[in-house]
Design a protein around this ligand. Structure first.
Ligand SMILES: Cc1ncc(COP(=O)(O)O)c(C=O)c1O
Length: 431
């Protein structure tokens, strides 16, 4: 169909009332895409794609990262009580004082941080909003932002929407660690920010002190701000210890620390997040938060505040139970011939296809596994923007034993079928 004629002869901005000029301008644009290409050109996320296939095909879903378990009952009961008997109108913009105090004392007790709840803590609608507030509130157009790949999927579009220019550092299996040379290649005189996800999704890495000290050294030397996505800080196993970057020398005034009650308490749908930063940074973060969501449901905030004050047992038992699930999945997969990478934190472990004798790349294997064997997983290459690692598949172990056992059996079937279809001659044949 022919586009409607544009109804101006000279400039669309000349003559008529303001509203008439707006109508003329909109008509003139009818045939042009109106959407911001940063978002319009994004594909469906790999999590949606794989979960959609899992639903359609009735597959076991080890792809998307949420627990089977409904979360601690006492905290859910608090939230229900707060809905029925509590305050349900707009809470203060920065969050309920009781929650901000609870967050500050939690980080004091567990990570040795001294934070002033009134000037340094903001409550957000999940870490997703906290990240958006950090990017939109702090980045100026043209600022370079160092980001590690594989990358959590919200970072790059939101950095670009803020006008930032991502500079990617590619981490490689099996250890996924960064080096001085990698940082030297990424940092320039235009670098203003680095984004660090620690513990890291999807790799399951808890960065050791030496790596964090190296990154802190670069942040101080380049006078930049670190945006630290630490949503997995409580989900750390065995002898691994989470060390917040804000606690390193020179980082206290230049770090935005982000947490999530969803991950702390296995209540991923709640979307209650925390921003912790020095007062000057908090001022800008809170201004951005003000126009993103303004507030977060007060009843959930009240329940999280109670949870943080009464969570000693939960914080001891939750990682222990998850480590047991990790071991169940890991041992089962190894018995079936898979090469499993170590996982010290998060809900995720990774398998190395090439080292497991599978000649397919990760995306082909995940599609094959969900269609032919009824198990959904995430190809890690989808979390690289450039030069992807293509032999790693992420699996979520925050699941019941029966789900994990079914997942192991189905992955074993997927591996056998893949090996029959394309024998991996040059690859090690395990089991
Ligand atoms: C690294 C990372 N950052 C942020 C989020 C989002 O957290 P929230 O659900 O609190 O928005 C997730 C959720 O999986 C995550 O893994």
């Amino acid at each position: 169909m022919k586009p409607p004629p544009v109804r101006w002869t000279t400039s669309p901005y000349e003559g008529g009332t303001g509203l008439e000029r707006l109508v003329i301008f909109a008509e003139g644009r009818q045939n042009q895409p109106m959407a911001n290409p940063i978002f319009a050109n994004l594909p469906t996320t790999i999590f949606e794609e794989m979960s959609g296939l899992a639903r359609e095909l009735g597959a076991v879903n080890l792809g998307q990262g949420f627990p089977d378990d409904p979360g601690p009952e006492a905290i859910r009961a608090r939230a229900a009580d707060a809905v029925l008997n509590g305050y349900n109108q707009y809470p203060p913009m920065a969050g309920l004082p009781e929650l901000r105090q609870a967050v500050a004392s939690h980080y004091g007790a567990t990570q040795g941080l001294v934070l002033d709840w009134a000037s340094e803590i903001t409550i957000t609608s999940g870490a997703t909003e906290a990240l958006a507030a950090a990017f939109l509130g702090l980045i100026e157009p043209g600022d370079e932002v160092v980001v590690f790949q594989p990358v959590y999927d919200s970072y790059l579009p939101m950095i670009r929407a803020a006008g930032g220019v991502p500079k990617l550092v590619s981490l490689q299996p099996p250890h996924w660690r960064f080096t001085r040379a990698m940082l030297e290649a990424a940092f320039t005189e235009r670098t203003r920010f680095v984004v660090l996800n620690n513990p890291m999704n999807p790799t399951g890495v808890v960065f050791p002190e030496a790596d964090l000290a190296l990154l802190a050294e670069f942040c101080v030397a380049h006078d930049i701000i670190a945006i630290c996505d630490e949503v997995w800080e409580q989900v750390v196993f065995g002898n691994a210890r989470h060390r917040p970057l804000i606690g390193f020398p020179g980082m206290r005034e230049r770090t935005v620390k982000i947490g999530s009650a969803g991950k702390m308490f296995g209540l991923t749908g709640w979307k209650v997040g925390f921003l912790a930063a020095a007062p000057d940074l908090t001022h800008s973060l809170a201004r951005a938060h003000q126009f993103l969501t303004f507030t977060t449901p007060p009843n959930l905030q009240a329940a999280v505040a109670w949870g943080l004050e009464n969570a000693e047992t939960w914080f001891r038992e939750m990682p222990r139970d998850l480590a047991r699930s990790r071991d169940r999945l890991s041992d089962g997969l190894e018995r079936q011939g898979f090469a499993v990478l170590p996982a010290e934190g998060t809900y995720f472990l990774n398998i190395d296809l090439a080292a497991s004798g599978v000649a397919m790349d990760d995306r082909a294997f995940c599609l094959h596994a969900v269609r032919e064997a009824g198990v959904a997983a995430i190809p890690v290459s989808a979390l690289y923007e450039e030069q992807p690692v293509t032999n790693i598949v992420r699996l979520c172990f925050a699941k019941r034993d029966a789900t994990l056992d079914a997942g192991i059996e189905r992955l074993a079937k997927a591996r056998e079928l893949a090996r029959k279809a394309a024998p991996a001659e040059d690859l090690p044949a395990r089991a």
